[in-house]
Design a protein around this ligand. Structure first.
Ligand SMILES: Cc1cc2ncn([C@H]3O[C@H](COP(=O)(O)O)[C@@H](O)[C@H]3O)c2cc1C
Ligand SMILES: O=C(O)c1cccnc1
Length: 364
């Protein structure tokens, strides 16, 4: 049976937007005094004012996030959230659904792109299964499977309210655990064949932008399949008519995307800086910001994906990507690639001489 989201709420009696069930802790404000001290420190360094560009901004915001004069960001984690998508049956990806499970095993062996890049950045890689079709969940993967794949959102909402709640909570709790272990920089990543269709539909629902303008080729689909992908998204949005971000997540989202929403919420609650990757992670971050606007202060954009919706979402979040490398992979590969820039930002502020060290007056 087809039904609209509002009816789901009525059926289950859950006021998803009002109860703030994801708020395991309050999101702390940034430490503005520490930010001010960091800004002063950056100005005092032996270089023209502003010449280290975004590296300066990173250092200042990290100081505000951590409350530390020299933020200790040695502990970094990449969390690859995995889930399959019912809509993949509509022929919207260039690859079959089995690839999701195969890639999970690849992550475990340390052989995926994200493993290589995370290792270079000395970041830990954690893999969590929220909804893959793979059974049993391989040892080494965190088993938090809510359901084997989402429903095909061309026919019915992808998830139920309670499934979304479970998946978001997985992310929030995982972020809390990592924060408790001293992780200061987190990069939510994902694996899920078909998830650029889900993410583009979410981006369209969030921004109201034209589906034709924001839908890309994901894994590299043909012209013909791109037209089909756009049609799938239009049909799904016409069917469900989501009225807000949470309704959109329920109707056209994914389990791994909901889990990433939780990671961003949990990261902010734990004063962790969250580095976004490409389209899928950014749409999850944008949903988290809709749920809790304070999340935005904890977000950093790593790279600009070739997916057109990514630029649109970054503009909406008013964030500038550090890297433009025409990547379109996901997994948190772009975020991992950007991790060393964060170390660079801190090292520069910590180790450069100041004008005072040279016996020169500071710039006005
Ligand atoms: C081998 C392989 C490795 C990947 N790693 C990330 N993705 C990326 O591609 C998928 C999204 O694209 P689409 O919507 O077109 O299916 C996601 O799983 C994403 O993380 C991969 C895709 C493949 C094929
Ligand atoms: O932007 C992304 O994250 C992306 C793009 C294509 C395929 N998978 C992920």
């Amino acid at each position: 049976m087809l039904f609209k989201t509002k009816n789901i709420y009525r059926k289950r009696g859950i006021a998803v937007g009002e109860k703030k069930w994801w708020r395991l802790r309050e999101i702390p404000d940034l430490d503005v005094e520490m930010e001010e001290a960091a800004r002063k420190r950056v100005r005092s360094l032996t270089k023209p004012v502003g010449s280290l560009g975004m590296l300066e901004e990173i250092f200042i915001r990290l100081a505000g996030i951590t409350g530390e004069t020299i933020p200790d960001i040695r502990k970094k984690a990449v969390v690859v959230m995995c889930g399959d998508h019912g809509v993949a049956q509509a022929g919207v990806s260039a690859y079959p659904q089995e690839v999701t499970g195969l890639m999970m095993e690849n992550f475990l062996r340390g052989k995926a792109a994200v493993n290589v890049l995370a290792e270079l950045a000395r970041a830990t890689v954690i893999v969590a299964d929220l909804g893959s079709l793979l059974e049993p969940v391989p040892e080494g993967v965190i088993d938090c499977k809510v359901r084997k794949g989402t429903r095909n959102f061309l026919e019915e909402p992808a998830m139920t309210v309670s499934e979304v709640i479970q998946a978001v909570e997985v992310g929030v709790r995982l972020a809390h655990q990592l924060g408790g272990q001293g992780v200061r920089l987190i990069a939510p990543g994902e694996m899920g064949i078909g998830n650029t269709t889900s993410a583009s539909a979410l981006a369209a629902a969030l921004t109201g932008k034209d589906v034709g303008a924001l839908t890309g080729r994901g894994t590299g689909i043909t012209d013909e399949n791109l037209v089909r992908k756009q049609e799938v998204i239009r049909q799904a949005l016409a069917l469900h008519q989501p009225g807000n971000a949470m309704e959109a997540l329920i109707c056209v989202g994914g389990l791994e995307i909901a889990g990433m929403v939780g990671l961003y919420l949990g990261a902010a609650q734990m004063r962790m800086a969250a580095v976004m990757d490409g389209l899928i992670s950014t749409v999850a971050a944008a949903i988290a910001v809709e749920m809790e606007p304070e999340v935005k202060s904890y977000l950093f954009a790593s790279h600009l994906s070739a997916e057109p919706a990514h630029r649109i979402l970054l503009n909406r979040l008013q964030l500038t990507p550090l890297i433009t490398a025409e990547m379109r992979l996901g997994e948190a590969s772009g975020a991992s690639l950007a991790f060393p820039l964060f170390d660079a930002a801190v090292a520069l502020a910590e180790r450069m001489a100041t004008f005072a060290d040279l016996g020169l007056p500071e710039p006005d």
